[in-house]
Design a protein around this ligand. Structure first.
Ligand SMILES: [Zn+2]
Length: 365
């Protein structure tokens, strides 16, 4: 079994939340409970660390850098993440996150994947049954969630040299390049359109997640390269601007992109209220994600446009994760769940890794 998770905020957990992801999930949880940390809702509830990724056969992830800029008065400050007062500071903080990925590489914990031959080599390693998973580095494709830290387009080039291969221009609220979730009505900025044209030139994948509806359609008109929506569920099933309408899903399908199913209960159940409901009370289990998969497959007429972009530990933990998932290692349960729901072995291989690889191959070869 080999699984790709196309959206994990590993460096945010390491650098912003001070989690040592080389340790098992339960050790990280225990430490936070001992310290009685209460600064974020997910303290003591984390689900992701490198040992559990290996245990769950998640051998390749799209791993983010998140570093935000805000002009004075920007409502972004409400999210539990630092908000920098200049793009220069945001870039420097992004570099701190990159430095953590680099140290993980030096320790043999992770390996950066930024070209097709590196993927082939990495897949061969993960398919070698003579080497146990705990001796295999987790591959990562570097991505930006929110592009604020790109000081100007010359820094896009720098980031590219550092291995950056995917960008979601938007995150939450206003952004320098694109408006994000909770700022519906706004779209791409002027420099946002320039950014997309440069991304096109460098074959950087566009991550459409977190774009506003307006920004989404502007981006699809401006950008000709490969697209995906790394962590994204369906609006038909869970109303709200954070989810994609059927029209948006169809556009991603037409562009031969992939939509990554997210395991944040807020995106899985229409009635879930953050900080109030418990996933178990609403019966939110892993299978709820398959409803979103089914919906996208019906629109596509195939299973070629879905995958995992779990977003686990994306500023939430078990308090906002399907109740039958203790750690990300439980992602292997999807094999049984999908089989029971009628997906074939070939479908499951495509969902686990094949669909993401198709988009990456197209962008990189
Ligand atoms: Zn996100």
């Amino acid at each position: 079994m080999f699984i790709i998770d196309a959206h994990l905020d590993l460096a945010t957990n390491a650098i912003t939340l001070n989690r040592d992801l080389t340790k098992p999930v339960h050790e990280i949880r225990d430490k936070e409970k001992q310290l009685n940390w209460k600064d974020t809702q997910d303290r003591g509830n984390g689900t992701v660390a490198l040992p559990e990724l290996r245990k769950g056969n998640v051998g390749l992830v799209v791993a983010t850098i998140i570093s935000r800029y805000s002009a004075a008065g920007n409502p972004l400050a409400t999210l539990n993440l630092p908000v920098w007062h200049s793009p220069a500071q945001a870039y420097a903080y992004g570099q701190a996150q990159l430095a953590w990925y680099k140290v993980m590489e030096e320790m043999g914990e992770m390996v950066q994947i930024n070209n097709w031959s590196a993927i082939e080599k990495h897949l061969a390693l993960w398919h070698d049954a003579t080497i146990p998973n705990n001796k295999k580095p987790v591959g990562y494709i570097l991505s930006l969630e929110g592009a604020d830290s790109i000081i100007n387009l010359s820094y896009l080039e720098k980031y590219y040299q550092q291995g950056l291969r995917a960008i979601g221009p938007a995150h939450f609220g206003p952004g320098r390049y694109a408006a994000g979730t909770h700022s519906d009505g706004s779209g791409l900025t002027l420099i946002g359109k320039e950014l997309l044209r440069e991304m096109d030139r460098l074959n950087i994948i566009l991550d459409a997640t977190h774009l506003t509806d307006k920004g989404f359609f502007e981006a699809m008109d401006t950008f000709n390269g490969s697209v995906w929506a790394s962590h994204q569920n369906c609006r038909t099933l869970v109303p709200g601007e954070r989810q994609f309408s059927d029209e948006q899903i169809k556009i991603i399908i037409e562009r031969d992109g992939v939509i990554g199913g997210a395991l944040d209960t807020w995106m899985l159940h229409a009635d879930f209220e953050m900080g109030k409901d418990h996933p178990k009370d609403l019966g939110i289990n892993l299978e709820k994600l398959v409803d979103h998969f089914d919906h996208i497959c019906q629109l596509a007429g195939s299973c070629l446009h879905i995958g995992f972009g779990t977003d686990l530990d994306g500023l939430f933990g078990t308090e906002q994760t399907p109740y039958d998932m203790d750690t990300i290692a439980d992602i292997v349960q999807f094999k049984e769940i999908l089989t029971r729901r009628g997906y074939t072995k070939e479908n499951i291989d495509n969902i686990f890794f094949g669909n993401w690889l198709r988009v990456i191959k197209k962008a990189w070869t």
